[in-house]
Design a binder for this molecule. Structure first.
Ligand code: SF4
Length: 312
């Protein structure tokens, strides 16, 4: 038995959720029509070089529909697929979902939370799109609902963030996470593995930065070159600048990362899943996440290791 209360070799967020809430916490994606400062001119217009938010959202996520309509349609779809899920949270995923005035955010969040089948929110955003006033609002909601803020940290190296035109720094991420944790709000981060300019060792070394952050969950993505992005152009011109993970390669890498990761950080995902038709660079084929996860767990077993075994 591991510290997270079961015999799996990593601290799985879905297992933790079942233990705490008695059910799978099923995310239901909602597009509330936010933009992002890296696209609307607040910081710039080009966006992060890897980003193409189009095409990632389920078809029912259309900002021209009300939040209530999106939730109703999403529930119909999800209930067919996950018949045993009984706890649903609205997932504000597209763009930066704290990039508006506090008053507007309150209206959007309350709209979603007023749906009778919605128990909470997962709010995806950038670390530079948050301030004490917005966090106080979220903390107030968090005292009554399940609320998690998820920050796109992406890399723990400023030179990488600059190279991918992210428009914020590692210090911005650290600051946002600290302010979030200070208010007792659940906090998750996203990291991308395989960004250009980072060696495998440098990617692995990021675990020391992550382990110092007061976060609850983590989501990993392997870098995938998405069609229509600035990075696609960069990749076509200079493929030698990219060291994209193959599937087997990634499984071994992420298992090594996991054995260094703090054991109380629950892993929400070890890898991203983008429809293959949208990927321009190296593809893993039609491998679904369930299979990737099974391979990672098998790798941890082969290595006779587990999350946190080498955590300093
Ligand atoms: S990844 Fe996020 S922050 Fe970057 S351009 Fe896309 S929506 Fe904006």
């Amino acid at each position: 038995m591991y510290p997270w209360g079961n015999t799996r070799r990593f601290n799985s967020w879905s297992d933790t959720a079942r233990r705490i809430y008695g059910s799978r916490v099923q995310k239901l994606t909602v597009n509330a029509g936010f933009s992002c400062p890296n696209r609307d001119g607040t910081l710039g217009f080009g966006g992060c070089t890897f980003c193409n938010n189009e095409g990632f959202n389920p078809s029912y996520c259309d900002p021209s529909k009300s939040i209530e309509q999106q939730i109703d349609q999403g529930l119909r779809f999800i209930r067919k697929r996950y018949s045993r899920a009984s706890m649903f949270v609205a997932y504000l995923q597209a763009y930066s979902n704290t990039h508006a005035s506090r008053e507007y955010l309150e209206q959007v969040y309350r709209d979603a939370l007023s749906h009778p089948d919605i128990s909470g929110l997962v709010i995806g955003t950038r670390p530079d799109c948050i301030d004490p006033g917005k966090l106080d609002l979220i903390a107030d909601l968090a005292s009554r609902y399940f609320i998690r803020l998820e920050y796109g940290v992406e890399s723990c190296y400023d030179r990488t963030l600059k190279r991918i035109n992210r428009g914020h720094s590692v210090a911005d991420s650290e600051r946002a996470i600290m302010m979030t944790a200070e208010r007792g709000i659940k906090c998750g981060i996203h990291l991308i593995m395989g960004l250009p300019g980072e060696s495998r060792q440098q990617m692995l070394d990021q675990v020391d930065v992550v382990n110092k952050l007061p976060i609850d969950t983590i989501k990993f993505h392997q870098l995938q070159i998405v069609k229509g992005t600035a990075m696609e152009g960069e990749y076509e011109q200079n493929p030698e600048n990219f060291d994209l993970f193959g599937l087997k390669d990634y499984i071994s890498f992420i298992a090594e990362f996991a054995e260094r990761l703090r054991p109380d950080i629950a892993v929400d995902r070890f890898a991203g899943e983008i429809p293959p038709r949208l990927i321009a660079g190296k593809r893993w084929g039609n491998v679904r996440y369930d299979r990737v996860l099974a391979m990672i767990e098998k790798r941890l077993e082969e290595m006779d290791t587990w999350q946190g075994r080498l955590c300093k």
